[in-house]
Design a protein around this ligand. Structure first.
Ligand code: SAM
Length: 280
C-alpha cells in the first residue's frame, strides 16, 4: 500500500502554536521533507522528535518531488514541513503536492499556523472576501504594475512583505489605491507582535523614516467598486493637490499612477487647471 503525504504547518514564531496532531504525525511518519533541514532540526529537537529529515527547496523541488513520490509509492508516509507556517503557501511544496496527486497518493493536510489568516482575523478589515497575493515583485515597475492590476479589486488584499521593502510598498499603495484603510501586522505570535491600523497615510506617518524590523503582513481595504474617476473629480483632485503646493509634473505622475491614466493627459488637465481662474 502506498504511504500518505501529510502537509504539516509549523509555528510562525511561538512554538506553542504547533498542534498535538502535528507532533504525533511528525513522530509517526518515516520521513520529514523539510525546506531547510537545519532549521527544522531545531524545532524537532525542541519536541524530542527523532524522525529522519530530508531537504527540499525551490531549487531542487522537481527532482526531489520525483524521489519523494517514489518513496510514497513504496509505502513510506512522509510529512512535508516548511521553515514556518503552512507549506506551499508562499513557500515551496506545491510541486510535491502536484506530483503526489498525479501519482494517486493520498494527501492529508493538517490545519495550523499561517501568517495570512493569523493577521487577517485581527486586521479589522472585511474578512468575508479576501485575496491573498503573497509577495509583491521586488522590482519597482513590476510591483506598480501588480498594484495597478489590483486597483479595482473589491476584496480585502493580503500581501507578505519583508521589512526592507515595507515603506516602498506602502508608498506605492497610497499612490495607486488612494488613501484606503490598511492594517500592518508585524512579528505575529512573537514578543514584539504589533498591529498598525488606519489610513495608509497615517500608517506611513507612524512608521516614519526608520526601517521596521521583523516579518510583515500588509492587509488593505478593497476598492469601493466605484466607477472610474470622472473628469470633474480628476480636475477637483488636481486643484486640491496644486493648492497643497504640488507641481504639475508631480501631479500628473501621482494621478496617472493612481487612476491608471496617461500621464500626458493628466499633465494637460493640470496645466489647464493652473491657467484657469480660481474657482473655475
Ligand atoms: N508559509 C508561510 C505561511 O503559511 O504563512 C509563509 C512563508 S513566507 C516565505 C514568509 C512571509 O510570511 C514573511 O516574509 C512574512 O510576510 C510572513 N510571515 C511569516 N511569519 C510571520 C510572522 N510571525 N509575522 C508576520 N508575518 C509573517
Amino acid at each position: 500500500m502506498a504511504g500518505v503525504l501529510y502537509i504539516v504547518p509549523t509555528p510562525i514564531g511561538n512554538l506553542e502554536d504547533i498542534t498535538l496532531r502535528a507532533l504525533r504525525v511528525l513522530k509517526e511518519v518515516e520521513l520529514i521533507a523539510a525546506e531547510d533541514t537545519r532549521h527544522s532540526q531545531h524545532l524537532l529537537a525542541h519536541f524530542g522528535i527523532k524522525t529522519a529529515l530530508t531537504s527540499y527547496h525551490d531549487h531542487n523541488e522537481r527532482a526531489k518531488a520525483r524521489m519523494l513520490v517514489e518513496r510514497l509509492k513504496s509505502g513510506a508516509s512522509i510529512a512535508l514541513v516548511s521553515d514556518a507556517g503552512t507549506p506551499a503557501i508562499s513557500d515551496p511544496g506545491y510541486r510535491i503536492v502536484v506530483d503526489a496527486i498525479a501519482a494517486g497518493i493520498r494527501i492529508v493536510p493538517l490545519p495550523g499556523a499561517s501568517a495570512s489568516t493569523t493577521a487577517l482575523c485581527a486586521s479589522g478589515l472585511p474578512t468575508d472576501r479576501f485575496l491573498f497575493e503573497g509577495f509583491l515583485p521586488a522590482k519597482a515597475q513590476e510591483r506598480k504594475a501588480t498594484l495597478q492590476r489590483l486597483r479595482n479589486e473589491t476584496a480585502t488584499l493580503v500581501f507578505y512583505e519583508g521589512p526592507h521593502r515595507l515603506a516602498e510598498a506602502l508608498a506605492d499603495m497610497l499612490n495607486i489605491f488612494g488613501d484606503r484603510q490598511v492594517a500592518v501586522a508585524r512579528e505575529l505570535t512573537k514578543v514584539h507582535e504589533e498591529f498598525l491600523r488606519g489610513k495608509l497615510s497615517e500608517v506611513i506617518a507612524t512608521l516614519g523614516e526608520g526601517e521596521v524590523k521583523g516579518e510583515i503582513v500588509i492587509m488593505i481595504q478593497g476598492s469601493s467598486g466605484d466607477a472610474p474617476v470622472s473628469e470633474a473629480e480628476l480636475r477637483a483632485t488636481i486643484r486640491q493637490l496644486a493648492g497643497d503646493g504640488m507641481g504639475v509634473k508631480e501631479i500628473s505622475e501621482l494621478l496617472g499612477e493612481r487612476y491608471g491614466l496617461s500621464k500626458k493627459e493628466v499633465y494637460k488637465l493640470a496645466l489647464e487647471s493652473k491657467s484657469a481662474p480660481p474657482g473655475d
